[in-house]
Design a binder for this molecule. Structure first.
Ligand SMILES: Cc1cc2nc3c(=O)[nH]c(=O)nc-3n(C[C@H](O)[C@H](O)[C@H](O)COP(=O)(O)OP(=O)(O)OC[C@H]3O[C@@H](n4cnc5c(N)ncnc54)[C@H](O)[C@@H]3O)c2cc1C
Length: 505
């Protein structure tokens, strides 16, 4: 086995959280080795904000397939995940959202001291460089550019007008005081280019000698000696190597990658580890539990002809609302407008059209991630149990019905030829439920598999330290106890910022 260099910190995964963490540690004068399974972010489509649909299922995508989903007609769901410098922030939709105060206050109320809204808001603000200047909700000078959509697509304008006509209030800033209402998104874009976490945080310091970056490095496991993590074992160019960490190993491999690495390292539920022939290093029963995501489904319309080309991120506007009987402080529905056909599974798609993607953001269903084998090249068994909780199905149906109501408004008359999915024959609630099970997919906001907490099933403590192994933390979306009510890139970056704060004091 090749023995690699040694650095203070080894960070596994160059995604949203890993990039922010790497930058802050380098700035703090620590030596850092970032290892990433994917390649450099050279593909042209990564940097063009309209390029993301072309990246899905391509070489920079892990293209995770879930196991067949019992409550979604036995379908396996396609979950794109970035496998490239920048991770999922290199192929995501670039929407910038922090979520609701109650999301983080809820984590703190479960024992995650230091993670309440008032604790994490300064971390969001520290990252941010708002391109129209600072105000009560935004600041400038951070590494991550955030820009408003200044000249919206005409169909996105129609969506906003239609939602207002359907009774939704206008929301001028989803990162302001309230999430509810309809409005235009903010994006992590500058000068017409995607600003992934890698480009924002790490690219500017790439020539710092404290930083080592290895791409094409598939991490197999954490090397644990006498109860302490001292490095990682990885495969690169067909060779097995070790990267050693003098201080700590941090897993930032995401909601799928981080629990899989822990399990291959013998850190997880003992019975499962034995099942797949992995020696138990530390029994941590919660590894791979609590997998959840925001479900999303496309309500698709055919347009009479092609729509004008998009200039921004193709995801310009959305609305937040409450499902029937919902009493949460934050809203639980988040339908999103796309001025393109975003396919609904099980339906023939038109050549030209647009989509109102009905999403729910307070899902109750919880699933698991398990290993199929100890081989790092073999995909994990990913089972979100989507729509297992009856609330999720009913809330999704409410989101679909609200989206159709918006889609029926007169503002869409110039754009709408017909509704394609679920289509005019879906006239009853039961038809809408059938559509939900037939076509539900992902909003790409998977979290929770290395849950932070203070109970027996928690994987990391509120300082992100893995229970039972010294010198090992997890910092990425997998630590989130419950998914925030928003898109998860900015929250994952915030986790990276928090990890840096915890490490450097
Ligand atoms: C298609 C898509 C659209 C999205 N749209 C938006 C949006 O518009 N706005 C928003 O806020 N959020 C969006 N998201 C979600 C958001 O991008 C993610 O929640 C966030 O990037 C997750 O950050 P992370 O640090 O947890 O993981 P990631 O950014 O996924 O990083 C994990 C990194 O670890 C690497 N890795 C994993 N396993 C290994 C291993 N064994 N060895 C070495 N490296 C490994 C991966 O290759 C990856 O680079 C979207 C996501 C997707 C996929």
């Amino acid at each position: 086995m090749g023995s690699g260099s040694s650095s203070d910190y080894v960070i596994v995964g160059a995604g949203s959280a890993g990039s922010a963490l790497a930058r802050r540690l380098v700035d703090a004068g620590r030596t850092v080795h970032v290892l990433e399974a994917g390649p450099a972010d050279e593909a042209e489509a990564i940097h063009r904000p309209q390029g993301w649909p072309a990246l899905l299922a391509g070489p920079q995508d892990w293209a995770v397939m879930t196991v067949p989903q019992e409550f979604a007609n036995g379908r396996s769901l396609f979950w794109p995940r970035g496998k490239v410098l920048g991770g999922s922030s290199s192929l995501n939709g670039m929407i910038y959202m922090r979520g609701h105060r109650s999301d983080y206050d809820g984590w703190a109320a479960q024992g995650c001291t230091g993670w309440a809204w008032d604790d994490v808001l300064p971390l969001f603000l520290r990252s941010e460089d708002h391109l129209t200047g600072a105000n009560a909700h935004h600041r400038t000078g951070g590494p991550l550019p955030v820009s408003p959509i200044t000249s919206p697509h005409p169909a996105a304008r129609a969506f906003v007008d239609a939602a207002v006509a359907a009774g939704h209030k206008r929301n001028e800033d989803f990162n302001g005081d309230d999430l509810r209402g309809v409005g235009f998104n903010e994006m992590t874009v500058r000068d017409g280019r995607r600003m992934s976490a890698w480009q924002s945080f790490v690219a500017p310091v790439l020539d710092n000698p404290a930083l080592t970056v290895t791409t094409g490095a598939l991490i197999d496991k954490v090397v644990v000696e006498s109860g302490r993590a001292v490095g990682v074992e990885y495969v690169a160019g067909g060779e097995r190597r070790v990267a050693r960490a003098d201080a700590e190993v941090v897993l930032s491999a995401g909601t799928i990658g981080s629990p899989a690495i822990l399990l291959r390292s013998g850190i997880g539920p003992a019975a499962h580890l034995r099942e797949v022939g992995v020696e138990v290093v530390a029994e941590v029963a919660g590894v791979g539990e609590n997998l959840h995501d925001h479900p999303l489904i496309s309500v698709v319309y055919e347009s009479p002809g092609p729509l004008p080309e998009g200039r921004a991120n193709l995801l310009e506007a959305q609305f937040y609302a409450d499902s029937a009987g919902w009493t949460g402080a934050a809203p639980d529905l988040q339908p999103l407008f796309l001025h393109l056909v975003y396919p609904a599974e099980g339906y023939e798609m038109p050549e030209h059209g647009y989509t109102i993607a009905a999403g729910i953001v307070a899902p109750k269903s919880r699933g698991t991630l398990r290993l199929a084998s100890a081989d790092p090249a073999e995909p994990a068994l990913v089972d979100p149990r989507i729509l297992a909780d009856p609330y999720d199905l009913e809330a999704l149906c409410d989101a679909i019905e609200m989206s159709r109501e918006v889609g029926r408004q007169r503002a869409f008359d110039p754009w709408r030829k017909r509704e394609v999915a679920p289509g005019p024959e879906a006239t009853t609630r039961e038809h809408v439920r059938e559509f939900a099970r037939r076509s539900v997919g992902t909003y790409h906001h998977q979290v929770g598999t290395c849950r932070m907490g203070v109970d027996e099933l928690a994987v990391v403590d509120p300082e992100l330290r893995v229970r039972g192994v010294a010198g090992l933390r997890v910092a990425d979306a997998s630590i989130m106890p419950k998914v925030p009510s928003c898109n998860t890139n900015a929250p994952a970056i915030m986790v990276g910022e928090k990890a840096a704060e915890l490490i450097t004091g």
